[in-house]
Design a protein around this ligand. Structure first.
Ligand code: SF4
Length: 223
């Protein structure tokens, strides 16, 4: 990988592009749909795997745990920073899963890794997309050749987006129920929420287990 100091100023180059998506810091409330023109070519510099908080939800923990051959509780003990509900980093800020040849869990990497350099913001039924601040020294190349949808589909992000939305829907319902009953939000800890195997039996199929988990979560939190 080349030193950042030898690279052209990609951030400047990006800002000069006629991006139809807003940069995150100045995101416009109605800008950035799935149809917006967008393309991005990864420079394989792995800069986006450093100095970032990679938050994870139960689906992502389940995928990653199976990828490394662990139960979700064991995975959490080894790889999760529960204060942030995020993947642990090494002391130099590098993601715990970054190896010499790149991501060691690439096929099961979390949603935020798949979406980078995009961010997805969901409010109720409304979804919008922004371009995140670029990692220092990033060698990726922005363009407008395709669309946001094409990009996230090619990254295998759609099942992860559906899982995130499903989780969010259950938690939102639980919070509403809790608010109605006690005027307070649930106090369930991150570990309990992320430890899928503690709530349902392992079923040898991630999608089936996650569906059972959502049902169990709903039963536990809402009813
Ligand atoms: S999970 Fe993989 S892609 Fe995501 S930050 Fe870690 S090393 Fe990078």
């Amino acid at each position: 990988m080349s030193s950042p100091s030898t690279q052209p100023n990609r951030t400047t180059a990006r800002r000069e592009l006629p991006l139809s998506l807003p940069l995150a810091a100045g995101a416009h409330p109605d800008a950035g749909t799935r149809e917006a023109p967008f393309s991005y070519e990864c420079g394989r510099c792995n800069r986006c795997c450093r100095d970032r908080i990679i938050q994870v939800n139960p689906y992502e923990v389940l995928r990653l745990a199976r990828a490394v051959g662990l139960a979700t509780g064991e995975f959490i003990d080894s790889f999760i920073d529960l204060d942030r509900m995020a993947l642990r980093c090494s002391s130099d800020g590098t993601c715990v899963f970054l190896g010499d040849s790149g991501c060691t869990v690439h096929a099961d990497r979390p949603l935020v890794c798949r979406l980078y350099p995009l961010g997805r913001i969901v409010r109720g039924d409304h979804e919008r997309w922004v371009v995140l601040p670029e990692s220092d020294g990033s060698e990726g190349t922005f363009g407008l050749e395709r669309s946001v949808y094409d990009y996230v589909d090619a990254q295998g992000a759609l099942p992860y987006m559906r899982a995130a939305d499903a989780c969010h829907a259950v938690l939102e319902e639980a919070l509403l129920a809790e608010d109605a009953a006690q005027g307070d939000a649930t106090g369930d800890e991150a570990r309990w929420l992320l430890d899928v195997d503690s709530l349902v039996e392992q079923q040898g199929d991630i999608d089936r287990e996650f569906s059972a988990y959502l049902e169990a979560l709903k039963t536990t939190l809402v009813t």
